[in-house]
Write a protein that binds this ligand. Sequence first.
Ligand SMILES: [Zn+2]
Length: 57
Amino acid sequence: MGQPAPSTGRPTKTFGKGRVCKEPDCGTALSIYNKGKYCYLHEPIAVPRTRGRKKIA
Ligand SMILES: [Zn+2]
C-alpha cells in the first residue's frame, strides 16, 4: 500500500542524499531510495528477466 513516509517512527531505509549517477556524462541525481550507483537509465541489469523455465504451480 502506498503510504507516505511518516514523520515519526521508523524511518524508511534510504541511501543518502546528493548522490549522482556514476556515469560521467549523466549527472542525474539519484533517489535516496536507489541503492545503486547509477540512475535508472544506466543501472546495470544483472538479473536476467527469464530463465526459460516457468514454474507452474
Ligand atoms: Zn545515469
